[in-house]
Design a protein around this ligand. Structure first.
Ligand code: ATP
Length: 305
């Protein structure tokens, strides 16, 4: 896949504070990358540098080979859609009036707006004042705004923040549809566990530094965290089961009928083989690979925010 956005040793300083420190990252055509990190990690700074609204202290940004803050920046910025972290719409305007306002700013055809409102599920509410919208509806309107002009590259800055579970699911459904259409997406979030199934790669950012970038399999290989194994066994058999797995399984918790174990990823095959031999004793098995939140915790362990 060819890179359409490249960040090359990008640094942004605000006085003595380094908000982004030597970040190198690319977004390929049709790829979705999650930018994951705590408050103040540098996610918004990175997006603003891509948008060309702030200039790097060092390093460079290229979008389709162009500098977004340079002479031909305006042209290349038209290919971008941006959903800011917090959106304040004028409550007295209706959804369709607001979208028309943004479409004029972007010099995009107004005729596409009805389709955009339908796409984010606001067709029915399009004629209502935005002041009467729920937070989820306002976020969907913001997403429609980002989609004006059918941009090939989308920057979504914490699109699910402050939304209830249904609204979050709707946002992810929209992201999945856009991925299916080949839109390249950079999405920032703190919601580690949630974003994992919706992206191709993850960039973990902490205190301005990109700690790791890769797909989940690469990150897991790199960090080598153990699998978590939960077993349900008949009364008074935990000892026998543990004995059989003792060569490689480390007990983390134990009760009369339950065992929780840590097993190195390299021992997965041995574990499955032994569980098969213990099938008369093991009533339930759950094997869990480390999730994004565990990887993030591990990589940032010992560092303060
Ligand atoms: N204009 C600015 N002037 C000074 N410091 C800034 C400015 N913008 C951001 N910062 C600082 O840079 C750091 C990174 O901020 P940034 O907004 O990029 O983080 P973030 O990961 O998006 O956080 P959040 O999840 O809270 O939005 C923070 O310490 C922030 O206070």
């Amino acid at each position: 896949m060819s890179a359409i956005v490249t960040l090359d040793h990008l640094t942004k300083r605000y006085g003595r504070l380094t908000a982004l420190d030597d970040a190198t990252l690319s977004l390929s055509a049709g790829e979705t990358v999650a930018l994951v990190g705590h408050n103040g990690a540098g996610k918004t700074t990175l997006m603003k540098l891509i948008l060309g609204v702030i200039r790097p202290s060092a390093g460079r940004v290229r979008i389709l080979g162009e500098d977004p803050a340079g002479r031909h920046g305006a042209q290349v910025r038209r290919r971008l859609g941006f959903l800011p972290e917090s959106v304040a719409f004028h409550g007295a305007m209706t959804g369709s009036e607001l979208l028309a306002f943004y479409a004029r700013l972007k010099r995009a055809p107004l005729a596409a707006n009805a389709g955009l409102l339908r796409r984010v599920g606001l067709a029915e509410a399009a004629g209502r004042r935005v002041g009467t919208y729920s937070k989820g509806m306002r976020q969907r309107l913001a997403l429609a705004q980002a989609l004006i002009g059918a941009p090939g590259i989308l920057l979504l800055d914490e699109p699910t923040s402050g939304l209830d579970p249904d609204s979050r699911r709707e946002v992810y459904q929209t992201i999945d549809r856009l991925r299916g259409e080949g839109v390249s997406i950079l999405v920032s979030t703190h919601a580690l566990a949630e974003v994992e199934p919706h992206v191709d790669r993850v960039a973990l950012v902490h205190r301005g530094r990109l700690l790791a970038v890769g797909d989940m399999a690469e990150l897991r290989r790199r960090v080598q965290l153990p699998l978590r194994v939960r077993l349900k066994v008949p009364f008074c058999t935990t000892g026998r089961v543990l004995e059989r797995l003792s060569g490689y399984a480390e007990p983390l918790a134990r009760s009369e009928r339950h065992l929780e174990l840590a097993v190195a990823a390299a021992d997965r095959a041995a574990l499955i083989h032994d569980l098969d031999r213990l099938r008369d004793l093991v009533e339930e098995v759950e094997i869990q690979s480390p999730g994004l939140d565990a990887l993030y915790r591990h990589l940032t362990a010992g560092e303060s925010r």
